[in-house]
Write a protein that binds this ligand. Sequence first.
Ligand code: DGP
Length: 113
Amino acid sequence: MGDCIFCRIASGEMKTPLLLENDSVAAFSDINPQAPVHVLVVPKEHVETTNELSGKPELVQKLFLACLQVAEQTGLAEDGYRIVANCGAKAGQSVYHVHFHLLGGRPMSWPPG
Ligand code: DGP
């Protein structure tokens, strides 16, 4: 997917500091942070939405474990954090390359707007 911004970041084509990288997953800070720590965890392969993850359980595991690892790395694990995945237009997904938002460093209310 040549025009996908997250493909370009995850592949290293677009220079963005990565907080975590392995064979399948990359993590980097959100360009428009909604919390003191706001990291996006993405697969290296182009997958559009969480719907398409249903046939990829190993990738789901890797993505989730990467979220937990970044939570540890960034000091969020002890105080708490939120993991969010927006799927589709009604959820407000704006980049159609699966990503988990890892948010923390401030109190958060529930439910979200
Ligand atoms: P969502 O609404 O769930 O699709 O969130 C997409 C997020 O991606 C949004 O919080 C802003 C972030 N984002 C968009 N373009 C870029 C980019 O080029 N670099 C980084 N680091 N984040 C981006």
